[in-house]
Design a binder for this molecule. Sequence first.
Ligand code: FE2
Length: 383
Amino acid sequence: MKDLTAVKNYDYSGEKVFEKAQDFLPINGTDFVELYVGNAKQAAHYYKTAFGFKSLAYCGLETGDKEKTSYVLQQGKIRLVLTTPFDPDSEISHHIRIHGDGVKYIALWVDDARKAFEETVSRGAVPFLEPIVLKDKEGEIVKSGIHTYGDTIHLFIERKNYKGAFMPGYVKWESEYNPDTCGLKYIDHMVGNVELGDMNKVAKFYEDVMGFANLITFDDKDISTQFTALMSKVMTNGNGRIKFPINEPAHGLKKSQIEEYIDFYKGAGCQHIAVATDDIVFTISEMRKRGVEFLHVPGTYYDTVSDRVGIIEEDMNTLKGLGIMVDRDEEGYLLQIFTKPVEDRPTLFFEIIQRKGAKSFGKGNFKALFESIEAEQERRGTL
Ligand code: FE2
């Protein structure tokens, strides 16, 4: 594996890294993220009400699907698919029984789904779905897929010949209930948690099979508190639109948050989905009003944050009131906040991020953040 991080850990040298990423798999962006959930109808209501998503498409018994129902939601460029099976013996039911609610598909928008499949499989990807063509009166979609960490799948979606709401098999979902947007725009990055010793293997998969490059590496000296630690490698595609940090637990005095995730998810899986906004104060004010729970940032965090990040446009008291954290790198600063897990198991959560030049991931906030997560773990008895 070419060691792009040999440059120096943390040196964000974007251009160089992106040059090294290979372009045999051009990806236009994230097409959708599909979660397998215990009750898609209620989950859809939660994401509409609390996160400000809009109804987009639907499939289920009424559309002739006898096996499952899916609700498709959209906000900005983010499409979220929530799927629940009918048959207790189906693969989807098995997935939910093992993992609880969680991300099954990270679908990538490509110009050529056949080529994406061939290129990745010829480089060692484990096939999940041979290219298939789905058609309806709105046109056609080509879809293929490969395995990534755990039971998670990357789908390749080619939609240049399709003008329908989502894809064949779905109907447009017209709903009378349409809560206002929370200003979420696009997926900034999606993080995978993998088991101890697997981070390099998965990073190598993204490099060799997907042509990604290693943007930054964090080790346990960077990401640790008194008790817990983790290591992370951020993988990116050539145009930087897709970023997948891969975490693995590192040894600490107590159980790391990554281990806790793996214990409850029963294996590797998607830990968080980071969504971008261009007005985080508005977004978080709305989401808090609508009942989304965020990790608590200790008030003392704000005593020193200005020394660290310097002058920013936002009012620090407003950020403190909302629990929004700030970090700065060579190129600018970023504002971020993390939800508590959004299901019953302490697994998947969301990050809301606003970038003001910064292209990094909030390293300066890791310590405060982890102490907050540990306080939650303590309450759950899993620390
Ligand atoms: Fe993140």
